[in-house]
Design a protein around this ligand. Structure first.
Ligand SMILES: [Zn+2]
Length: 324
């Protein structure tokens, strides 16, 4: 019995050792494969794009942002709304790359910031859209004032077409012939009322855009900090990113953007609030369970497309799952 027990215990030990060694082999194989993908990328890509690829790959996999592709574009002009309207596009200003001084964690935080804007679905209101909104405000104001006035006899007599042309600023012979001076004064008064409404609502619109933009920036900084730490980058990287922004020529912020000092204070508050170690562990697990993302580099060497975890096509995804 005791011999049987020993035999059983020996075979159990063997089985455990076998399983353990298989797990170790698989782990080593995965690590070797990962390393060779990165070595290949280092040979294929220009140094800046290699760095950008590694950062996006790590942040995407560690935070499960890898279900969609990411596009990296180098740009010659800084834009606070650089993430723009194109889905999952990360715009990197050349001036920042020159100021970095090889600081991968600071760059990771800046990239993570743009990824956060996309992930949080922040909306950018550009100049054209703002002009459209103001035109809409004017139209509504005209409707409101003229709707009220139309009930009075003078406006009813003048008619919509003429009033609208006047309100729009075209006062020509056509109007002069139709209106008496009393009606003319009334329409002038209506025009002033419309201008007051438009001015008030336009100021309110600008304030709303400003508040939303500030809120989005603070949120993007917070999410960027957490995502870059999860991806294993230095937690101080976001603070250093702020001082790089401060000293890079060509980087300008408008009134809709919080100041760098306000952002530093907010980032420090986030750093205090969240436990780094658990974030790092969580990210490590995700990185360990996933494969490096593939990429496509544009022929003119300006765009790098980093594919999602499914590759570039369904065929790729099948090869990834079952072998090619
Ligand atoms: Zn931003």
């Amino acid at each position: 019995m005791s011999r049987l027990k020993t035999k059983f215990s020996v075979s159990l030990t063997c089985l455990c050792l076998l399983l353990f060694s298989t797990a170790v082999t698989t782990k080593v194989e995965a690590a070797t494969e990962t390393k060779s993908v990165f070595q290949k990328a280092r040979r294929q890509l220009p140094p800046d794009f290699y760095a950008l690829y590694r950062i996006v790959d790590r942040i995407a996999r560690a935070n499960e942002y890898d279900t969609r592709p990411w596009q990296i574009v180098r740009v010659g002009q800084y834009d606070t709304q650089g993430f723009g309207k194109n889905p999952n596009t990360i715009a990197i200003f050349n001036g920042i790359l020159e100021e970095l001084g090889s600081d991968a964690s600071a760059l990771a935080c800046m990239i993570s910031h743009q990824m956060a804007h996309h992930r949080q679905r922040h909306q950018v209101v550009n100049a054209i859209e703002k002009a459209e909104l103001i035109a809409q405000i004017r139209e509504e104001a005209e409707k409101e004032v003229l709707g009220r006035k139309r009930k009075t006899s003078a406006f009813a007599a003048v008619g919509d077409f003429v009033v609208r042309r006047m309100i729009g600023g075209t006062i020509g012979a056509v109007v002069g012939g139709v209106l008496d001076s009393k009606s003319y004064t009334r329409i002038r008064k209506a025009q002033r009322q419309i201008d007051v409404i438009v001015e008030k609502k336009t100021a309110q619109l600008a304030e709303n855009i400003k508040q939303q933009s500030r809120k989005d920036e603070f949120e993007a900084d917070k999410v960027a900090y957490l995502a870059s730490v999860k991806a294993g980058f230095d937690k101080e990287g976001c603070l250093r990113a702020m001082s790089i922004l401060n000293r890079t020529p060509g980087v300008k912020f408008d009134d809709n953007h919080p100041t760098v000092n306000e952002r530093i204070t907010a980032i420090k508050a986030v750093m205090k609030k969240f436990q780094n170690q658990s974030l790092v562990e969580e990210g490590k697990q995700k990185l360990f369970q996933t494969q490096p993302l593939t990429y496509n580099f544009s022929a003119n060497q300006t765009n790098l497309l980093i594919n999602s975890r499914h590759g570039t096509s369904v065929g790729d995804d099948i090869d990834r799952m079952f072998g090619g």
